[in-house]
Design a binder for this molecule. Structure first.
Ligand code: PLP
Length: 400
């Protein structure tokens, strides 16, 4: 007798819902039910997309950009991305090495799916964005968490990576600036990790979606420092730096053979990314002084919020923070860490249910003693939420 109802296929039997998205949806539902929730869960800039980008999209729609494009993306957008990557790398990277997709998330998934399979292991410096573990698993490969030290912003070193390598290792996921810690790897640190991967013949997928959101000097790209590009996939997009999360445009820069496989794969799944959104992304990638100023202004706002939150959190000396130098997240050790199981989830629940503050439990990033606080929301909300986090910290610590 067949079992009635839905039985998940082997492909998704172990798939977990995205915890970061789940937190935001719960916050929205509580808001709809009348609770004044401060949402510091979402990894989404609260700014409007800069006007020149919106204008380009409107003009493109009126000019007929309403149809499918080539799977790989429009010739103009791929040329602009290739030109930018070539300048960065100091060598020619052609449009045949670019696939435009419906968000960097899709590019990351497509790369994992085309590169890894059953029996393969992929090293994931941890904590890391929740989706890396699931994407590698969806490709039926095994994600291997390599835990960095909280004393060094959770950075991983080549020695830590080597300790987790086996003869099944096929890949390494890199992300700098890091979601969820805000850590930024220096060029020298990145170069060492890339050199190790190159020496071992591993593929590196370098997720650079937060590259322009930094508070010190400019962040290094893998394109700047990789010894070779034979096994390097650089993924980027417009979502975060240009406040374009809803436009859904990302891309990969990868060797032509892999690019062909990723294009074929995408041709059977989602096909071309949205045509008006590609026109908008072209304006963002082409840039110019007005857009540079808009990005700089958004980064300055993020920095003010980060500093305001850190000043309030510093009033509680027991709060341990990984020092954030980029992206828009603070990563905090939860009260009871090391003594209570899954302290981050307990603290996130306390914050949501009793203090009306939504944050993401560290378990989503394979670090269950921590929580992630996003400051991509207005300053007053960030400050009020930080005060409540301090109050909740006191309350939770008393109960331990
Ligand atoms: N990579 C990281 C590290 C992220 O945090 C996110 C979004 O939260 C993405 C990729 C996805 O970005 P996109 O909107 O371009 O798909």
């Amino acid at each position: 007798m067949p079992t009635p109802g839905f039985e998940p296929s082997a492909n998704v039997a172990r798939l977990r819902e995205s915890a970061t998205i789940a937190v935001s949806q719960r916050a929205k539902a509580l808001r709809a039910a009348g609770r004044a929730i401060l949402d510091l869960g979402a990894g989404e800039p609260d700014f409007d997309t800069p006007a020149p980008i919106r204008e380009s999209a409107k003009a493109a729609i009126d000019g007929g950009a309403t149809r499918y494009t080539a799977t790989q993306g429009t010739a103009e957008l791929r040329a602009a991305i290739a030109a930018k990557a070539s300048r960065r790398r100091g060598e020619t990277i052609g449009p045949d090495e670019i696939v435009v997709s419906s968000g960097s998330k899709q590019s990351l998934f497509n790369a994992c799916y085309c590169l890894f399979g059953p029996g393969d292991e992929v090293l994931v410096p941890t904590p890391a964005w929740t989706s890396y573990y699931e994407m590698v698993s969806l490709a039926r490969a095994t994600p291997v968490a390599v835990h960095g030290s909280p004393d060094h912003g959770f950075r991983v070193t080549p020695a830590m990576i080597e300790r987790h390598a086996t003869n099944r290792t096929r890949g390494l996921m890199l992300n700098s600036p890091v979601n969820p810690t805000g850590t930024v790897y220096s060029g020298a640190e990145l170069r060492e990790l890339l050199a190790l991967a190159a020496a071992r013949g591993w593929w590196v997928i370098s997720d650079e979606i937060y590259l322009r959101i930094v508070y010190g000097g400019p962040a290094a790209s893998s394109l700047d420092v990789a010894p070779a590009r034979e096994r390097l996939v650089v993924v980027d997009g417009v979502a975060k730096a240009f406040a374009m999360t809803g436009w859904r445009i990302g891309w990969s820069v990868a060797p032509p053979e892999l690019t062909r496989a990723m294009t074929a794969f995408q041709s059977h799944t989602t096909f071309s990314a949205s045509a008006p959104s590609q026109a908008a992304a072209l304006a963002a990638v082409t840039g110019g002084p007005e857009l540079d100023a808009a990005v700089a202004q958004m980064v300055a706002r993020f920095r003010e919020r980060r500093d305001a939150a850190m000043a309030i959190l510093a009033t509680e000396p027991a709060i341990t923070l990984a020092p954030p130098e980029g992206a828009f997240y603070l990563f905090l050790r939860a009260p009871g860490a090391g003594r209570v199981r899954d302290a981050g989830t307990a603290f996130a629940s306390l914050l949501l249910e009793r203090f009306d503050v939504a944050v993401v439990p560290g378990a989503a990033f394979e670090t269950p003693d921590w929580i992630r606080v996003s400051y991509a929301t207005e300053r007053a909300a960030v400050e009020e939420a930080s005060r409540r986090i301090v109050a909740a910290y006191h309350e939770a610590s008393r109960g331990l």
